[in-house]
Write a protein that binds this ligand. Structure first.
Ligand code: FES
Length: 100
């Protein structure tokens, strides 16, 4: 399955979840994980598209080095792998224009 997540949770379904909205879609992600890890765990592999070619980009290094996981939170571009999820977090793909 091409879009299946390579990440498997180490806890079985009893881990607390928080509600996060990304790109207009709601997800219940494990509490305490990074936004990048949480979105990967639900199969969201691409978080944005490059401004030049439009190529899809998703988390790669998971430690703040590659900048492929950029998202926008409250009008600020951030690295999704450096953000811990919290209930009510709203994020969108970085660099998305209103008419996209
Ligand atoms: S995954 Fe590389 S900076 Fe976030």
């Amino acid at each position: 399955m091409k879009n299946a997540s390579l990440f498997e949770p180490i806890t079985e379904g009893n881990c607390p979840r928080v509600r996060v909205t990304f790109d207009g879609q709601d997800y219940d992600l494990p509490e305490g994980v990074s936004l990048a890890a949480g979105l990967l765990s639900v199969g969201r592999l691409s978080l944005r598209n490059t401004p030049v070619s439009g190529a899809a980009r998703g988390p790669f290094c998971m430690m703040g080095a590659c900048f492929d996981c950029l998202v926008e939170i409250d009008g600020v571009i951030r690295q999704a792998c450096m953000i811990e999820v919290c209930d009510g977090l709203v994020a969108s793909p970085a660099g998305r224009k209103e008419d996209d």
